[in-house]
Design a protein around this ligand. Structure first.
Ligand code: MF3
Ligand code: CO
Ligand code: CO
Length: 270
């Protein structure tokens, strides 16, 4: 039988992409990241999260791209916006941001069939000392994970790098949500856990595409889902942060598809 789909799938169900596929992921990732750059000035006390989401919808549209989240399992927005103790999947709406609120904005776009998925933290107004520390540790935890990505290492090495760093800083890693493979689909194997043991899990190979998107809480790691069936919050109401990049494994390490074109990935930059 003829099989048109290129590449192969590992015994763990992880697709191995070809070198030519990296450019499609770079295009999609760059658009998602540019949109997150462009909405930064809107994040101010008094703005609603619905207004930020509407701006994102417009930017996706103007780029001739497609939102991956609108219509995904019934979700109706171009972003998830998760404020303060919301861990992830916050639904944009009429709530106005207050001075000192911290928020994660998560955007996934489809460009020529390729998915670009990234999220980062913002602050409305001035960053408090404790929120700044949470955001810094969460950002650095993502890069501890990214630095563990190279052929021969395992997914457990990524999780271990993130968890040990976060816990050494007396914060906690959320267990209830994970990163994921992606490419020409939104969510594919493997589940990329942000905790774990070195040397466990599937072995990384060049051509694997996935996200790393640790959620870190100031308090305990447990979450619960609100009655809207989407919004995940910390059970103890402690502050939560998240950063997400989409990456591809290379012969020597990895490429990040969702780098900020404006160098604005962190709220205190740009
Ligand atoms: N972008 C999220 C992720 O990182 C998924 C959002 S799905 C939605 O995987 F439906 F909530 F938008
Ligand atoms: Co993701
Ligand atoms: Co995302």
């Amino acid at each position: 039988m003829k099989n048109d789909s290129k590449g192969r799938v590992t015994k763990d169900g992880i697709r191995i992409f070809e070198e030519a596929d990296f450019s499609g992921m770079h295009a999609a990732g760059a658009l998602a990241a540019r949109i997150l750059d462009d909405i930064a000035p809107l994040v101010q006390p008094g703005t609603t999260t619905g207004h930020i989401d509407a701006a994102i919808t417009k930017l996706v549209d103007e780029a001739g791209a497609t939102s991956a989240t609108i219509g995904y399992k019934g979700y109706q927005h171009a972003s998830c916006i998760s404020v303060n103790h919301v861990v992830c999947h916050g639904i944009p709406g009429d709530k106005r941001l207050k001075e000192g609120d911290i928020l994660n904005v998560d955007v996934t776009v489809i460009v020529d069939g390729w998915y670009g998925d990234t999220s980062r933290m913002y602050v409305a107004g001035k960053l408090s000392r404790k929120a700044e520390r949470l955001i810094q540790i969460t950002h650095d935890a993502l890069f501890e994970g990214i630095n563990a990505v190279k052929p021969g290492n395992t997914f457990g090495d990524i999780g271990h790098a993130i968890q040990s760093f976060v816990e050494a800083n007396r914060m906690s890693v959320v267990r209830d949500f994970c990163g994921h493979g992606l490419g020409r689909v939104f969510h594919a194997p493997p589940n990329v856990l942000h905790y774990g043991r070195s040397g466990t899990g599937a072995v990384l190979e060049p051509g694997m595409f996935f996200t790393i998107e640790p959620m870190v809480n100031l308090g305990r790691p447990e979450t619960k889902i609100l009655a809207d069936d989407w919004t995940a919050v910390t059970r103890d109401k402690s502050l939560s942060a998240q950063f997400e990049h989409s990456i591809g494994v290379t012969e020597t390490g990895c490429q990040i598809f969702t780098l900020s074109p404006g160098g604005k990935f962190h709220p205190t930059w740009g």
